[in-house]
Design a binder for this molecule. Structure first.
Ligand code: COA
Length: 158
């Protein structure tokens, strides 16, 4: 049987329960998942790429289907390098659609074979984003319902 691999790219600054929910859902359909930390040219990150990879490793420890990586550059170059043609993205609300539609269309223009597969997180995570977490953390608020314990530890150590 053919092993089907998909790549879930993102900033993951930091990983949230919403991202983990998408990874769990994608893991039910794909044999292998590569979760890859990208640097976003327009975003000023809170955590370094190394820290983000470290938090993902902790959150996904023991999940044999998942591999954590990092990449700097175009997503399509990464896909070609890895010989993978499926991209996973989460759709939280209609407001995500325009942005996601644009990325998916551009990627398909740059690399004809690529397919983007969208997953809906559970309803309670539809309002969640990494910047919400960063903002609450900045003012010392409680993010325990939004991110795994290791991320809380990293936030507190700042
Ligand atoms: N749960 C919680 N948050 C979620 C989420 C979910 N299920 N799905 C998306 N988000 C949030 C993220 O936390 C992030 O929040 P923030 O903006 O508050 O930090 C936001 O939605 C979107 O971020 P993310 O999913 O990390 O994507 P991105 O827009 O930062 O980066 C890439 C997307 C990496 C795929 C894209 O930038 C890329 O391909 N970069 C490489 C360069 C490239 O190829 N460019 C050409 C194509 S545009």
């Amino acid at each position: 049987m053919k092993i089907k691999t998909a790549i879930y790219p993102g900033s993951f600054d930091p990983i949230t329960f919403g991202h983990l929910d998408i990874i769990r859902r994608a893991g039910k359909i794909f044999d292998r998942l590569i979760v890859s930390v990208f640097t976003h040219s327009a975003k000023k990150p809170m955590f370094t790429v190394e820290e983000r990879v470290d938090m993902l490793r902790s959150a996904l420890k023991g999940n044999k289907k998942v591999k954590i990586e990092r990449f700097e550059g175009l997503l399509v170059d990464y896909l070609r390098k890895k010989k993978v043609n499926v991209v996973i993205r989460g759709l939280r609300a209609i407001s995500d659609l325009e942005y996601e539609f644009q990325i998916a269309a551009i990627n398909r223009t740059l690399y004809g074979g690529v397919e983007t597969v969208f997953f809906m997180p559970r309803q309670r995570y539809t309002y969640l984003s990494s910047s919400v977490v960063r903002d609450i953390a900045h003012f010392g608020g409680d993010v325990s319902k939004l991110v795994p314990p290791y991320v809380i530890k990293k936030i507190k150590s700042r």
